[in-house]
Structure formats: C-alpha cells, structure tokens
Design a protein around this ligand. Structure first.
Ligand code: THU
Length: 138
C-alpha cells in the first residue's frame, strides 16, 4: 500500500475520532480499518457511565467490519492526541490478533506523526483458538 493511501487512512481515523464519546476520560480515539478489497470501516471509543463497558475505537471499527461480513484486513490506523503515539490496549491487541492478524497497524497523532507496527510485534506469544483444541476435557 502506498504511503499516500496510508496517510489517507490516518486522516479518516482522525475524522472518526471526532465522533468519540469520552466524557469520563476526555481521551478521544479514532480508528479506521481497510479491508483487502479496499473498503474502509471507522470506529471511535464509546464510554459508558458503567466504566467497564467502554469500548475502544479499534474494536468498534473491527466489530463494524466483521458484522458486515468482512474477514480480510490490510491496514488499521489508530489516532489519538498524544505526543508518544498511542498503541492499542491489551484487549484490542487480542482482538486484532484474532481478527486482523495480517493488518499493517499505523499509529498516528494530531501533529501528523505516524509509526507502523504489526500485531506480532505488539502481542508476542499470543493466545488464540489453537490452544483450545489442546485443552484438557474433564
Ligand atoms: N482507548 C481506545 O479507544 N483505544 C485504546 O487502545 C486505548 C484506550 C480509549 C478507551 C477509553 O475510552 C479511553 O481511551 C481512555 O482509556
């Protein structure tokens, strides 16, 4: 994927961030996932007054895409307003590993700084369904 189209995905995530509902943390996160076929789904974090029910922007984008039948993802952009680029939280890493393993991850901030990484770097020694088949059955 060209540098230009990665930048375009970051811009789309940046716009999605503006839909964030984050009255408790005031920490706005936008995400955009692009399928192998080129379709883009966006997400933002949505916070609940029952804090633990909050969902992150990355997962909203991935849930939206999966629920529309998408399965193959090429890139995922994540944008927050931080100096050090915000990486996905642990829960999102697990979901990215399971559903968007091959996606190139692009972290971005509002200054236009970006950094690429992969879920293999962010979540080494990941748990997934492979281990379930080896589970002991009592
Ligand atoms: N948040 C995300 O949306 N993505 C992450 O990967 C990190 C955290 C959100 C959750 C919560 O609404 C706020 O940021 C502060 O944790």
């Amino acid at each position: 994927m060209s540098e230009e189209s990665l930048q375009e995905l970051v811009e789309i995530a940046k716009t999605a961030r503006l839909h964030s509902i984050a009255p408790f943390s005031n920490f706005l996160v936008g995400a955009a996932v692009r399928t192998e076929a080129g379709k883009i789904y966006t997400g933002c974090n949505v916070e609940s007054a029952s804090y633990g029910l909050t969902v992150c922007g990355e997962r909203v984008a991935i849930w939206k895409a999966l629920s529309e039948g998408e399965r193959d993802f090429a890139e995922l952009a994540i944008v927050a307003d931080t100096e050090s680029l915000t990486p996905p939280c642990g829960t999102c890493r697990q979901i990215i590993w399971e559903f968007a393993k091959h996606a190139k991850i692009i972290l971005g901030n509002l200054k236009g700084e970006t950094q690429e990484c992969s879920i293999k770097e962010l979540l080494p020694l990941a748990f997934d369904a492979r281990f379930l088949s080896g589970a002991q059955k009592d």
